[in-house]
Design a protein around this ligand. Sequence first.
Ligand code: ADP
Ligand code: MG
Length: 759
Amino acid sequence: MVDVDLLVRSVLVPDAAPLADRAPSPDNPLAMSVQFVRGMGPKRAALFERLGVRTVEDLLLFAPRDYLERTAPISIIRVQPDRLVTVTGTVQQISFKTVGRGRTLLTIVVGDDTAVLKAVWFNQPFRAEHFHEGDRVVLCGKAALFGDALQMNSPDYEVLEPDAPAQFAEGIVAVYPATEGLTQNVIRKIVRECVERYGDALVDAVPESIRTRDGLVSLKQAVAHVHFPPAREAAQAARRRLKFDELFTIQLGLALRRRRIRTQTAAPIPVTAEIDARIRRLFGFTLTAAQERVIAEVRADLAEPRPMNRLLQGDVGSGKTVIAVYAMLAAVANQQQAAVMAPTAILAEQHFAAIERMLAHSRVRRALLVGGASAAKRRANLAAIAKGEVDIVVGTHAVIQKDVAFARLGAVVIDEQHKFGVAQRATLRKKGPAPHCLVMTATPIPRTLAMTAFGDLDLSVLDEMPPGRRPVQTWHVPREKTAEAFAFIRSEIKRGRQAYFVYPLIEEQAPFPPPPAPPRRPTSDPQRRPAPQPLFPRKAAGASQAETHDDADAAQKVLKSAEEMHRRLSSEIYPDLAIGLLHGRMSPEEKDRVMAGFRTRRLHVLVSTVVIEVGIDVPNATLMVIEHAERFGLAQLHQLRGRIGRGRYQGYCLLFADPSTDEARQRIAILTQTADGFRIAEEDLRLRGPGEFLGARQHGLTELRLASLIDDADLLRLARKEAFDLVVADPTLAAPDLAPLRAYLKAKLAPRPGLTPIG
Ligand code: ADP
Ligand code: MG
């Protein structure tokens, strides 16, 4: 709920004034706390709150998780075996016994004027409390013949209130997400009360033209039918409408934000044929078709007098640097400055080195800005940048964002590597006149997720690897095969290759969300503060988020195991080889020294704890051992694997893993089967869900309660098209028939007085 508030607020606040008179009135029943609904009271209201239901509107939109079909009741004498039937009757007998080892059996005998029937439940002792002799009940299920007695196993049932009409139980009945202390009956009754009494207060925010075009039922009908559907199809149509609303709201927010970005101005960066040829000469290879396509997209963006706002996705090794360099040199050729920002100092240095190699003989003036430099050097650099005497600046996110003033910043490349920096985009945009902006990520994001989480950006995809790349061979190494694996690694090292041993946990970072105020361990590396939120929360590694207090312990253990592995490798397994250790608590100088040792091949093996530090390019390193691979997310493992197989030699990834769950086994299996990052991303989304996939809640995805990014892709496309078309046609949503939509967005903005805020 809160996420879309944020999204909409960030979109609408600057333009919100004209909407101000449309604030919902305080006595709007939809905004009323549910505790004032008849039959509710504070105790039940607290239970509903646990289900995320706080207002009458929440309750109206509180969709069932499933439906039961109940036929019209018949006399018990007419019940036939194996047919779905409904009967009503009176409870005549209740027996509850323990059968065998802790197994329980609850039996009730129900009779009407014509016959009796047994209903049984195994191992559900709590149900015994639901029945009392003399209660009138409805049972719905299939009966089977035991001897000559009819018996229903775990039927759906309802205990009727003494004066309740029997047909209450007929037809299609909603089943709600449950919480302890709230029975389905209570939920149904309160929902009915709410729909009958307050349903009319709902205002349909989706314009009729859109509803008609897309075959969407009205909001009132959707709410009535989602809870009390006259038929299965009605429930489906109702759900489709409610899902559409969720998706449409998010897409509308994105469309408005995109429009706002596009009303900013930027200096156009035209790329003439001559500039294009000059840039291409720097690349010592023919571009892939995918690179050509993306360059054309970027070129078109740069030529516009409004800022480029593009997300480039490409698997590790797909050649994103070419695109980044192209955009930056285009800016420089147009007398503009360009900057590239990397998430860590090591990656910034690597970008700088790549740019140095390409531009060695050019007159383009480059500067590297990282935390380690001396104060004097830094001051000199900053002054030169401010005076326009530097063309390309390479640095870390933190450094460039903090205090750098550019003379004329024309293009910015943000290398997100494997995290997603929505907040960073926002900060950056505040800096002076809007530069053209290219965000790069090495994590393939499934299309539907990208359209939702990054739907205000234009998307480019590098879906093709440079030629001659051999896909990394990936093996699962169970414990009993470790010796063989070590021998294989030795043989490859003897042939001149190098190996990584990785502990993929980031040992000095808190999982998301960060615990309130953890005493942060002092870190000697200023680049790492504030710690970026890891993309892959520990939860994916089998721990719950409630366990954050164990974090420091876990971190300690990771470091310990890396140190231990380093010791074992150097003293027992490969005493004749040179083994290096890299971890997050080393000083930048120490890290540099170790990295240099590995790059220059002085070290044969690099033991590393920190994922991001492995974002380095050493083509001769073709072997990677990932310890505890079962504990890490698919995308993360795929990322890591991308570090090898970058050069001429065959890469091998050895997953040391003892998966104990089906899900973990699936993850390992998928990795051994495919190297296609997008396929892996789809699987990852399927296994973990969108929130976990992105590892963050800032993307508005928690608003998706009914709609699924996996199953509702078509509806998502429809909602996106409608939202974007609407904003293009009417950028301020000024048309009279959009008044309810404006009011709806405005209501999303209003604080909810008297309710406990969450978030
Ligand atoms: P990414 O940043 O997407 O992980 P890089 O830009 O670092 O990938 O490219 C990976 C490697 O492939 C680099 O060594 C680069 O020089 C090389 N490369 C990029 N594009 C091509 C191409 N079209 N043909 C051959 N090699 C390429
Ligand atoms: Mg790269």
